[in-house]
Design a protein around this ligand. Structure first.
Ligand code: COI
Length: 391
């Protein structure tokens, strides 16, 4: 549920620097406050009137990377650990206040998600399978002992925050609005246990290519010392604790000129698992294989979508354990992720041996990528009900 507030104009004026608060902002703000889910998406308090020249935020769209360019508004909803989320609010993007003893700061009780909004050639805005992110957050919340927003609350909040920030959705072909939902143990706690209060928050930023390579093939490095996830751990959910521990390996690999790190399974160190920021696929002939989600692999929304697209295109798709030794025989290797999209891998270095993959001709991963992006941007008819147009 998203709350209506009175004195909205005053509230926003007190929260935003006066100089950056235009009447257009206020009109959009007023538009996005509600009394209930039923009324929420529906009740227009005042229609935004954005003229054509104001259609886009003031961003250098041709030079977007994957840096943070915060969009105007964020969504915040809190609840105590034994209750359900009820009421959320849209407010200007800004710092949040946390106790130094917040569960997330002390014990890493936190999850994040990533989803994107894209603009179609005719200016409409499409979300891509946000309910999948909602379900994944639910699974993660269960694992980390937090209450989670319902699927509808999550999806409604993603819709509302996208609409509030609609002029931050890049023009067609210039990138996407990356939407970052968080669920954190925000309440204070000293002894180890679930935080007494949790906060669900969404902020957004326009982005383009994740890797500095752009769409050029990635050069991956297989890490042998550090692992990303271990059986029984939290590698299968989007826990924030899966990310800081890989920074050392990434930093080392990037320092040696690699794009990212591919991790091996923690037990045998002989099966490939995942890249720091994305899932991995291997193609051999007509067979596309990806590591099975056995608790240590993140169930990527792009991973799942690409598997379905590949089957539709006539490929055989298998989720299984993949030996690192199989890489030498692969026809293609590629990565998938919300941020990454579908990225070809040009080489993988393992124990100082560099395995190179073919890059000439029409790559299968390019076919998969163009189909995926075609659906996401409305160029290809969405026969699967994956996209949600927001108004
Ligand atoms: C995403 O693809 O959305 C991720 O969460 C990866 C992150 C490292 C940017």
């Amino acid at each position: 549920m998203i709350q209506t507030t009175s004195g909205l104009r005053g509230l926003f004026q007190s929260l935003r620097p006066a100089a950056s608060l235009s009447s257009k902002d206020l009109q959009i703000s007023m538009y996005r406050w509600y009394t209930s889910p039923a009324e929420s998406s529906l009740q227009e308090l005042s229609k935004p009137c954005v003229s054509e020249e104001d259609k886009y935020a003031d961003v250098d769209w041709d030079n977007l990377g994957f840096g943070l360019t915060p969009a105007d508004y964020m969504f915040v909803m809190k609840c105590s650990k034994d209750e359900n989320f009820r009421t959320g609010q849209i407010s200007p993007f800004g710092n949040i206040e946390l106790s130094p003893s917040a569960g997330v700061l002390n014990y890493g009780q936190g999850l994040y998600e990533g989803t994107k909004a894209n603009r179609t050639d005719d200016g409409r805005i499409l979300l891509f399978r946000p309910e999948q992110n909602a379900m994944r957050m639910k699974r993660g919340a269960e694992r980390l002992c937090m209450p989670s927003p319902s699927i509808d609350q999550f999806v409604d909040a993603v819709k509302e925050i996208t609409l509030a920030n609609k002029h931050w959705v890049p023009p067609p072909g210039k990138g996407s609005l990356y939407i970052r939902p968080l669920l954190i143990g925000s309440g204070p706690i000293l002894g180890l246990g679930p935080a007494p209060e949790c906060t669900f928050l969404i902020y957004a930023s326009p982005v383009r290519n994740y890797f500095k390579e752009g769409t050029a093939p990635l050069n991956l490095y297989i890490e042998e010392e550090f692992v990303r996830a271990s059986p029984g751990g939290a590698g299968g959910v989007k826990s924030i604790t899966n990310y800081a521990p890989v920074l050392k390996a990434i930093t080392k690999a990037k320092g040696r000129g690699f794009s990212d790190v591919l991790y091996l399974d923690a037990v045998n160190k002989k099966y490939i698992e995942e890249v720091s920021s994305c899932n991995i696929f291997v193609l051999k002939g007509n067979l596309i294989s990806t590591p099975a989600t056995i608790g240590t692999i993140l169930e990527g929304v792009t991973r799942k979508s690409v598997m379905e697209i590949a089957k539709d295109l006539g490929y055989q798709v298998e989720e299984r354990q993949i030996l690192v030794d199989e890489l030498v025989d692969a026809d293609e290797v590629f990565c998938t992720g919300t941020a990454v999209g579908v990225a070809p891998v040009g080489s993988i270095t393992h124990q100082n041996k560099r395995i190179e993959f073919k890059m000439e001709g029409q790559l299968v991963c390019q076919k998969l990528y163009s189909t995926l992006v075609g659906i996401q941007t409305g160029v290809i008819e969405d026969k699967k009900g994956w996209t949600i147009e927001i108004h």
